[in-house]
Design a protein around this ligand. Sequence first.
Ligand code: TNX
Length: 541
Amino acid sequence: MNQKNILKNGLLFVLLCLVFACQAPKKETGLSSIDALIPKPQSVTKTTGDFEITDKTAIYVGNGAEESIAIASYLAEKLKPATGFDLPVSVASGQPTTNSIVLMKSDDSQLGEEGYELTITQDQIKLTAPHAAGLFRGVQTIRQLLPAAIENTELQKGVEWEIPTGTIRDFPNYAYRGMMLDVARHFFSVEDVKRLIDEMAYYKLNVFHWHLSDDQGWRIEIKSWPNLTKFGGSTEVGGGKGGFYTQEQYKDVVKYAAERYITVIPEIDMPGHTNAALASYPELNCSEQTIKLNPGNEVKRKVPGLYSGIEVGFSTLCTSKEITYQFIDDVVRELAEMTPGPYLHIGGDESHATKKEDYIPFVKKVQEIVVKHGKKVVGWDEIATSTLQPNSMAQVWAKAENGKLAIAQGAKLIMSPAKKMYLDMSYDSTSKLGLHWAAYIEVDSAYAWDPATLVKGISRENVYGVESALWSETIQTRADIDYLTFPRLPGHAEIGWSASPDGTEGSRSWEEYKLRLATFGPRMKAMGINFYKSKLVPWVE
Ligand code: TNX
């Protein structure tokens, strides 16, 4: 054949393939579940066959540790509604054999704090991990290996609850994989927060960052400063009634998260983003404030009123008053007392109303207060313009330069670049929810990048982890949270958990990932998640 003919035949072949593919019936199931896991495990070895969960399946824990029993019971509970099976959980005496799911602690320390190994044969599922957190992460893999119908809350008849056989060995790339929810711009109930925590757990996230205060609302009860919630908690963006969490509710959420091996990091944003506090306690203001709501619309008054707009950067605590630090000390003390996790987030972003020469010593002082109360500091990237405490971390959202300042001080970074990880950015110009000051973020753009190569001068060893951020100016309901969060969060979860094939942006393949994500359509649907049905994803029906 001459060159022309080769070209002609090649073209014909491509054309035929295209026509054929167009006419092929839509695949119903997409990839096998073991090929579709999100986040992608470090290693998967498939064998042929299936393990089937039946009403005779028993769950065993290999040793009596209370935590393992709790995780096994969590699994049984997750399996119950759709299958109708009430699988017994018990401590194994001897070697459990056929038709069993076994959870066991191992001394495979290579797997680290959250790693696990899953060995599935036709007779048995064996989940082992050196720590309880690993067993819990492995249970999420078991859920994802089952048919999507497993996530229904109603009984599903006629489904074979099969899991493909093979071995999965898995552990996270980054130690910190978080999500932030802003409950200040709009308030969300304890129930909504718990649901989000459940959704995070499914994708193996391990940090819930709770943005508890801002200009529009103060959402956490502080017993020594009761007006914060009494006044500051009484509104939200758009003028709705707002709300706040009692300390009991806060502790309940912390416990709920801990049962899912998720650490809560509470944030009190300061010195800016503090209008709700300033309106609640006049003494936190400097004598007179110029409140800039819009350029050309400047108001001078002693104490600001409550605020329900969405402008940023107009408020500041009075950094020169002693009472301000008494206030912060009390807030940090009460928060630290009910937060078992190691970190408190001090905000520090967009303090445009604070003079630079006041901001720098302020951030330094606040870190000292946090450390005095036994916690480490996380703050938005701006805090790196001050002197950081040895264990403080900077969360890079806007300025990579600030990230580099933090690195130069020996600090680690949490990567939340707004152009990639801000879940409040709209998908495209037709999206009805969200803002777009940083970017429109379609599902592919949220996924195909790498935190260790995004910015020159910030590399793998500087990055402690990644965090998705959901600001709530434009969202009010659980369905709204879902819509902006899904399906971008699974992609972010993978960026945090799964090492990108060769550490470069290009090696995280959207073309490969989108086929896996497509199989999560039915899963999200079964979970009742109001996700955005991006046209870029070949959703499985
Ligand atoms: C910037 S990100 C903010 C928030 C807004 C958000 C809206 C950051 C540290 N500050 O106050 O809610 O943009 O996208």
